[in-house]
Write a protein that binds this ligand. Structure first.
Ligand SMILES: Cc1cc2nc3c(=O)[nH]c(=O)nc-3n(C[C@H](O)[C@H](O)[C@H](O)COP(=O)(O)OP(=O)(O)OC[C@H]3O[C@@H](n4cnc5c(N)ncnc54)[C@H](O)[C@@H]3O)c2cc1C
Ligand code: SF4
Ligand code: SF4
Ligand code: SF4
Length: 372
């Protein structure tokens, strides 16, 4: 006879067991067929971050994509379940991350948010290197100094502007991430490095698709411990589109000495890509449209709707960042950074919010059209 306590355990086991098959039945081949072969992979890196059998490598024909690098696939289902492009249960994820607090928050085409601001760093050294108002680097610096995170996964570059993930632990290291890199890169892999490196409270900065991947891992009902509870803060960037590394080969031909070493900044403004060398160069976006990542075509998230804090340039005046605080921790970080002199804020007028809404709507519409 089964004792009452044992019976409860059996029931819990059954519940766990019942959940497993939905998670287990897919392997890398399913991911390949559903996403990579369909050319909707956004190169976020989530699949490779949580499975050592996957790497993001250059294969035949020079194409870089997630590849299976072992002999035998245990078909555990994680890569399929975590990938933001297999399925994205947006409202279920929102329910889990915003929970009750989401009820009191605003909800529109920009997602759920508690508050929004124009933000500028009060740290001169950050502002000098930053893309816009230096909000991202300053918020990370505050979160680190306050002990809310002990490291942050950021994206730096080598001397030819190729992205490199870094697990930054100090203020000086955080500053290395400042500035936008318009190159697709599987930055979520940095979370694996942070976990391996012993970080216990990880901050992550990334694009909307990368935030989606990490939120899927966080909210998955899974039987595996992949260390995701160590990820404490997600800062998402706005993103209309991103480019393959081939863009850098195209740009380098137009730069002094055939090198990107002298470039201090790239920026998309209006309909142009601006390259800041000794002189400012301008390339019409129309001329580089063939370098836009194939996976970006079905993307519908402009403002990193699932992040704790979202940051972009649209909506704020030049030299400032637009910031949405979406969750309780997000708001705590923004408020704390203001009170402790890391950033200054001003409220954005409604009309500027409208311009962000217009762009978000445009992206949703084109992503939807292309995904059907
Ligand atoms: C590909 C891309 C497209 C973007 N498109 C838009 C847009 O359409 N509209 C808009 O308003 N804003 C867009 N942004 C955001 C904008 O360029 C700034 O990143 C944002 O305003 C933050 O500026 P900041 O001064 O606060 O950040 P900073 O303090 O300069 O910090 C920048 C942070 O961004 C991270 N980062 C830089 N490049 C990448 C990358 N490729 N992948 C992951 N993380 C990265 C770094 O790790 C760093 O932590 C885009 C950003 C990227 C990377
Ligand atoms: S072992 Fe699991 S996560 Fe890794 S490739 Fe196979 S199914 Fe995907
Ligand atoms: S979208 Fe991300 S998780 Fe999905 S296959 Fe591509 S890199 Fe992997
Ligand atoms: S457009 Fe979407 S898929 Fe492409 S990099 Fe930006 S967030 Fe990722």
């Amino acid at each position: 006879m089964v004792e009452e306590a044992d019976a409860t355990e059996v029931k819990m086991e059954e519940r766990k067991y019942v959940r497993l098959p939905t998670f287990l039945e897919r392997g890398f081949l399913d991911l390949r067929n559903a996403v990579i072969a369909q050319r909707i992979c956004c190169f976020c890196g989530t699949c490779a971050a949580f499975c050592y059998k996957i790497d993001i490598l250059e294969g035949e024909g020079g194409k870089i994509e997630p590849r299976f690098i072992e002999e035998y696939d245990t078909v555990c289902g994680q890569c399929y379940a975590y990938c933001p492009r297999t399925f994205l249960p947006q409202s279920e994820i929102e329910r889990r991350i915003f929970g009750e607090e989401g009820k009191g928050a605003e909800r529109d085409i920009l997602g759920v948010y508690r508050s929004f601001y124009a933000v500028r760093s009060k740290k001169e050294d950050i502002l000098k290197r930053a893309q816009d108002g230096g909000a991202v680097t300053s918020l990370l610096a505050y979160a680190r100094d306050e002990g809310l995170i002990d490291c942050a996964v950021i994206t730096t570059v080598d001397n030819q502007w190729k992205p490199v993930t870094k697990v930054a632990r100090s203020y000086e290291e955080l500053k290395e991430g400042a500035g936008t890199k318009y190159t697709l890169y599987p930055g979520v892999i940095g979370v694996r490095d942070a976990i391996k490196g012993g970080c216990e409270a990880i901050g992550f900065v990334g694009l909307p698709c990368q935030i989606q991947g990490l939120r899927k891992v966080q909210t998955a009902e899974q039987p595996y411990d992949v260390g995701i509870t160590k990820v404490k803060l997600l800062i998402g960037l706005f993103c209309m589109e991103n480019f393959t590394e081939a863009l850098l080969d195209f740009v380098v031909k137009q730069c002094a000495g055939g090198s990107l070493e002298g470039v201090s900044k790239f920026e998309i403004r209006g309909k142009e890509l601006l390259i800041y060398e000794k002189e400012k160069r301008r390339i019409p976006l129309e001329e580089i449209k063939s370098y836009v990542g194939a996976g970006c075509s079905v993307c519908m998230d402009y403002t990193s709707e699932l992040a704790d804090i979202s940051v972009g340039s649209v909506g704020a005046e030049q030299g400032w960042s637009t910031v949405f605080a979406r969750t309780e921790i997000g708001e705590q970080v923004v408020q704390g950074a203001v009170e402790n002199g890391y950033i200054e804020v001003m409220n954005i007028e409604k009309i500027e919010l409208e311009s962000i809404r217009r762009l978000a709507g445009r992206k949703k519409k084109s992503g939807m059209q292309r995904s059907t």
